[in-house]
Design a protein around this ligand. Sequence first.
Ligand code: 3PG
Ligand code: MG
Length: 398
Amino acid sequence: MTAFRTLDSADVKGKRVLLRVDLNVPAEHGRVTDLTRIERVAPTILEIADKGGKVILLAHFGRPKGGPDEANSLKPVAAAVSQVLNRPVAFASDCVGEAAAKAVAAMKNGDVLLLENTRFHKGEEKNDPAFVAELAKLGDVYVNDAFSAAHRAHASTEGLAHHMPAYAGRAMQKELEALTLALGSPARPLAAIVGGAKVSGKLELLTNLVNKVDTLIIGGGMANTFLFAQGKAVGKSLCEKDLAETARGILATAPKGKCRILLPVDVVVAKELKAHAALRIVDVDHVGADEMILDLGPKSIVATEEALGRAKTLVWNGPLGAFETPPFDAATKEVAKTAAFLTAEGKLKSVAGGGDTVAALNAAGVADQFTYVSTAGGAFLEWMEGKALPGVEALRAK
Ligand code: 3PG
Ligand code: MG
């Protein structure tokens, strides 16, 4: 990864290191319920601390309206970070001003301090130069380890990088390496699986992918819109009928002979979306008027698995069926297991991301067998759309 400055070239000993992390973790009643994002950044925190840096953590939490509110305080998260690191983590009740300055001044080399939610200040999301300068007073070196917030051009994700030496942390570095492997300079054939409920949120993503990948496998609710666009009856299925023309446009943009698009050939249908509802497996031409498509059928699964068998790289976003409701999770799980198997055999590099995707791979029990699973939601999608992410761009070696 030569394009980005990493911790390898950072001098942190005795320095105040402003480390941007994504601590936007799921929490209930002030308790963190999933430590994954904290675990991802722990190596960066420990590396800087163990090299004698003062680690000052900057993060946002939730979407407060630009002022302090208890529900969005990072205070309970400090305890979770401390638990993961197995070290004390101090907390300051503001990310700028006197409270922050005092807490930073009290730090010794190797200490870890978490500053309160950056979004408690309006200047954060506005990337306001005055607010950036306030933050910058607290540090000597900037490290960004928050890929999942890198689609935001905020003070702590972008602005700060222009004020002091700026580096990618280890989690950011891994993410960028994995993403480069998947879409930057992938081993081909390159296959993409795109699922999820709606076409509307993923138009740019699909448009970008048809021009980059060799095989595009479309599943989930969004496939219904494509089937409808091809004149098939989809019954009561989730379907964005007003996007039929758009869907036809995407199919037409796929460069002839370069990108093969796989749509379902058979599907699992039921009259209601309910766990263990009575179901039928039908070809896509035989969906009843009172039925809805809830998963891929066996022939579609086989076609998908054959495509993966030919591919050297896979990038995956979105489940293939209504995976929260069994048995309509079957196709997602089966294809996930196949991708994991091919990865273990050394035949496939598999990169997946996006909220539901991670949950689906976890449910299939294979997330740790993929080459890389991103915990990013919006940032992963924007990257799949081919967009430059401001937080990443700011770290490019000049
Ligand atoms: C996330 O949780 O996806 C990131 O932390 C970004 O959060 P945001 O969507 O509120 O900017
Ligand atoms: Mg979000």
